[in-house]
Design a protein. Structure first.
Length: 259
């Protein structure tokens, strides 16, 4: 038999294996397919059960700061205000946050602030709201009962502005101006004692409404020994002191926003 005939028979015999042993043929084919898939796995995007990381929150955050002269930053530059410094700190941490909206004026009491926000009914939901008010209630000899009632109303409004999320509200305690040169001819101990009383009220109300509470009073009293923490008007605090408040406030806001 010539070579061409032999080649034909070999081809026939090979094919005959698949005819005579179909089960063996099926096993061989499945094995070859499995080996091929292992050697050349499908690209990840073809798997229907691929686990992907959650998308980062890129929505712009909005921050509302309510207060008085300390919040508006009396006698300091705009960039030194603690709400402005807080926004810059949060941006440095990667948060996409708009400029702070500030509703505050020097000399405001709780009553003045309530009047300022009474028409603020249809508002966007803020991602964070801070509230610092009360020093003028003490200075103007307003009663603690009035402060308690009005601060409670302000706290309810702050929570509503934050989309009814108490965890997105931070109350800052009232700083102690008795340590400033402005109080040289005043009874410093009496001022400090009265500020403690007003702070005891806002602290208890903060706990009752389950909002965050930040004690900045202790820090403000360090200005008695460090005059660089006092603004040039000898009454308010400096941008350096506001930077300290920012270092305390920003982590609280950061944690709340992450949640």
């Amino acid at each position: 038999m010539n070579e061409q005939g032999k080649a034909f028979l070999r081809k026939y015999n090979n094919m005959n294996i698949f005819i005579r042993f179909p089960l063996l043929s099926f096993v061989l084919i499945i094995t070859l397919c499995a080996l091929q898939t292992y050697a050349n796995p499908l690209p990840a995007y073809l798997y229907t059960d691929t686990i992907t990381s959650p998308m980062p929150d890129t929505a712009v955050k909005h921050y509302l700061a309510l207060g008085d002269s300390y919040t508006i930053g009396q006698s300091v530059k705009v960039r030194e205000r603690y709400p402005v410094q807080t926004v810059e700190q949060l941006r440095s941490e990667g948060f996409n946050i708009a400029e702070a909206e500030i509703i505050a004026t020097s000399g405001w009491t709780t009553g003045n602030l309530l009047e300022a926000v009474k028409d603020k009914t249809k508002v966007p939901v803020y991602d964070m709201v801070t509230l610092l008010i009360g020093v003028n209630n003490q200075y103007q000899r307003r009663s603690v009962d009035e402060y308690r009632a009005q601060f409670s109303l302000l706290l309810k409004k702050a929570i509503r502005f934050a989309g009814n999320r108490p965890a997105r509200v931070v109350v800052l305690s009232i700083p102690d101006y008795s340590v400033t040169p402005f109080a040289n001819n005043s009874n410093r101990e009496k001022i400090s004692r009265e500020i403690n009383l007003f702070n005891s009220i806002n602290r208890r109300l903060s706990a009752a409404y389950h909002v965050n509470y930040l004690n900045i009073t202790t820090e403000s009293r360090k200005a008695a020994r460090d005059h660089s923490l006092i603004a040039y008007d000898d009454l308010h605090f400096s941008g350096k002191e506001y930077c300290i408040w920012t270092s305390l406030l920003a982590p609280v806001i950061s944690e709340a926003l992450k949640k």
